[in-house]
Design a protein. Structure first.
Length: 231
């Protein structure tokens, strides 16, 4: 039976069984420290309780560090499928091109990518319906720390250390499709939760983040195969 190499970029605490799960959170690096050091920096309030709990989760689960803007630590053309959910919007417009370039590098010819992001169109439609500008702006996710009890100085230090972590760009169906096609992928298609055009996705939850409050957009595309390149 053939083994397939599938990866999850920006997994957070939503791990996919059978996948290599990657995340760029500073917590992934901190989780490599001894427990007593983690306890100390938490007691000193250097990290918030949300980060402390995530580090404890990482101590019990295998998550690999990866900044996909720079490099995915895998060989060229070694991956069958790439999954990334509610991560792509954390890259600015130019960084997204770097990430897609890395996706293209590690994917095997004919390999697929499945990206899930918040749908800007749905958020705008929700604003038009409810006419609450404050709620609309906060829910865009640019102010990432509004849900974390974290002092101003520590927020500043975290911004410096992690290059920020809030949403940096938003997409609707057309803009995300254009972005992906401009990076030389093919067969780009918008999907409903639960649908897929890709093969050998294993235990991936095709309905992840499909709850109404997430307002998710699902899209898939493929790396052109060597055979099609010759045509």
């Amino acid at each position: 039976m053939k083994n397939y190499t599938n990866i999850n970029i920006g997994c957070g605490d939503r791990l996919t069984k059978g996948y290599l799960n990657f995340d760029s959170s500073l917590s992934v690096r901190l989780s490599k420290l001894p427990y007593f050091i983690i306890e100390l920096i938490y007691l000193l309030k250097i990290i918030a309780v949300q980060h402390y709990n995530y580090i404890k989760f990482l101590k019990k689960n295998l998550v690999l560090y990866c900044d996909a803007r720079v490099k995915i630590p895998l060989s060229n053309e070694s991956v069958d499928n790439i999954y990334s959910s509610h991560t792509f919007e954390h890259f600015n417009f130019e960084e997204a091109d770097l990430v897609l370039k890395e996706f293209m590098r590690v994917l095997k010819p004919g390999g697929g990518v499945r990206i899930v992001v918040p749908n800007l169109r749905l958020k705008i439609e929700d604003y038009i319906k409810n006419k609450d500008a404050d709620d609309f702006f906060l829910n865009l996710g640019f102010l990432h720390f509004q849900h974390i009890n974290f002092g101003k100085i520590r927020i500043f230090l975290r911004e410096v250390l992690t290059h920020g972590h809030g949403h940096k760009h938003m997409y609707d169906e057309n803009s995300l499709k254009k972005k992906i096609l401009n990076n030389f992928f093919k067969d780009c298609i918008i999907l409903k939760p639960g649908e897929t055009t890709l093969k050998n996705l294993g235990d991936l939850d095709l309905k992840e983040r499909s709850e109404p409050e997430n307002m998710s957009l699902y899209i898939e595309a493929k790396k052109i195969s060597h055979e099609n390149l010759l045509k």
